[in-house]
Design a protein around this ligand. Structure first.
Ligand SMILES: [Ca+2]
Length: 473
């Protein structure tokens, strides 16, 4: 973040440079003492005394803020008289804002930036979010937020998917995003989850009863309910009964009497309910397959939407959002940039490899194949967005649910007559291990959406070569 403090008809000018990362809260306080020309900033509880550019200051005169001027926060102005520009706004959330007509001392500033609960103020702020003097202008949404959300390290990110689907699909969606099906750990989180679902009574039940899967399953041999994700035991549950029915290995919340009780259920594919995923950090997806000059953000973070599916917010301006039953690509800045995921299948998330129709971008053609993935560096993304270990790609064993890891594999191409002395060994269970080196002589095609390369290589066996391989060929 590069922030500039300009004051007093340009006489005072200070530049602050602080690193910031998206979707984290930062606490920042600046004080400018116009009498002694000192500027102090406190950022993440650390004090900085930046150098003041005094070249323009007439030292014989005190600095003054002229009456009738404007205070601008969160907008790059280019100059003191600069105009507002939508592309230069700070696009983000502000949890608290206070503007004082005195220069606060460093200790008070530290208190502000360290989330002290019982902050004692000697002077009232000139402007604050609660004194009614701040006015929201433009595209601003005002919501309430708990101080704990701003001040505490967040370890629970809950996202509702307001669509009824079976338990397997539900768990897979969470897994593709590196999370797991939400499972309350105590009565407080049980209620919190239910409260979050209450916005979705139309999609997930009725005004009186909500139905949603929770991330537990019955371990029949242990006669116990365990975590769906890793099979570990539950420390808390809210089943109304202790009896165990071996035909009902899945569980849901079906609130009939406001007890938020859990109920056992068959896991059959035709049984569909809403679900929520839980994450320990905010899900991040990457978009591959865009042309070099594309305007679309390559990284997007998942955020909650009050009344619909979660949305994906790009690092700068673009978003993937659910509108009218389709996944759409939109931009806050480039209004002509619009995309639609073309598949009509049951696409709960935009993850995976899909055809998109994108207009208003800087690429040639409008129909593009994009891969939207939350997989890590060491993982291969299946066509449906599932992550598998990279080594499982083209290893002759199917690992992706949609079998895409083995569909486009041309493992070895050999000339006719190569198998001189019989068929190769059966490799499905025990692949033959070969050690070799290759020299890549050319790269013909490079496709980031399918993780495929077409290359020409010269192959050199190193050791333990199968005696049936004729090296001269
Ligand atoms: Ca495989």
């Amino acid at each position: 973040m590069l922030a500039t403090l300009e004051c007093c008809n340009g006489s005072l000018s200070v530049i602050f440079e602080h690193p910031i990362f998206l979707h984290r809260w930062y606490h920042f306080c600046i004080a400018a003492n116009l009498k002694n020309r000192k500027v102090v900033s406190v950022y993440s509880e650390k004090v900085h005394i930046p150098v003041v550019d005094e070249a323009k200051v007439n030292r014989d005169q005190g600095l003054q803020v002229a009456e009738g001027q404007r205070a601008v926060v969160g907008q790059e102005m280019d100059s003191l008289q600069g105009d507002f520009d939508e592309t230069q706004f700070l696009d983000g959330q502000i949890a608290d804002f206070r503007f004082y007509n005195v220069s606060l001392d460093v200790e008070t500033m530290k208190s502000f930036t360290s989330c002290v609960d019982d902050l004692v103020e000697d002077t009232d702020p000139l402007l604050s979010m609660t004194n009614g003097k701040l006015r929201a202008v433009g595209s601003v949404a005002v919501t309430s937020i708990l101080i704990s959300e701003v001040c505490e390290e967040k370890t629970e990110y809950l996202f509702i998917f307001p669509v009824q689907t079976n338990i397997i699909n539900s768990a897979n969606v969470c897994k593709k995003l590196n999370g797991s099906l939400a499972l309350p750990q105590n009565s407080e989180t049980n209620k919190r989850l239910h409260d979050r679902f209450s916005n979705f009574s139309i999609q997930c039940g009725s005004a009186k009863i909500l139905y949603y899967w929770i991330g537990t399953q019955l371990n029949e041999s242990l006669q116990q309910w365990v975590h769906h994700s890793d099979g570990s035991s539950l420390s808390w549950n809210n089943f109304g009964t202790t009896s165990i029915d071996p035909w009902k290995k899945c569980a849901f919340v079906g609130d009939k009497k406001s007890t938020l009780s859990w109920y056992d259920s068959s896991c059959e594919e035709y049984i569909e309910r809403c679900f929520a995923c839980n994450f320990t950090s905010r899900p991040l997806v990457r978009i591959r397959g865009l042309c070099t000059h594309s305007l679309v953000d390559r990284k997007m973070y998942m955020n909650s939407n009050d009344n619909t599916y979660p949305r994906f917010d790009g690092e700068e301006h673009s978003q993937i959002v659910r509108q009218n039953g389709r996944w759409k690509l939109v931009s806050n800045i480039y209004k002509e940039l619009q995309g639609t995921l073309l598949s009509f299948d049951n696409v709960i998330t935009p993850l995976g490899r899909h055809s998109w129709d994108i207009k208003g971008d800087r690429c040639t053609g409008t129909k593009v194949q994009l891969l939207v993935t939350a997989c890590g560096k060491e993982e291969y993304t299946c066509q449906d967005g599932t992550c598998i270990n990279k080594e499982l790609f083209c290893d002759t064993i199917i690992n992706c649910p949609d079998e895409s890891d083995e569909k486009q594999c041309s493992l070895v191409q050999v000339p006719d007559g190569y198998y001189k002395d019989g068929v190769p060994p059966h490799t499905r269970l025990h692949p033959l291990v070969l050690f070799f080196s290759i020299n890549i002589t050319s790269i013909r095609n490079f496709d980031l959406t399918s993780f495929t390369l077409d290359i020409d290589v010269v192959w050199h066996p190193l050791e333990d070569a199968d005696e049936r391989i004729d090296e001269s060929k």
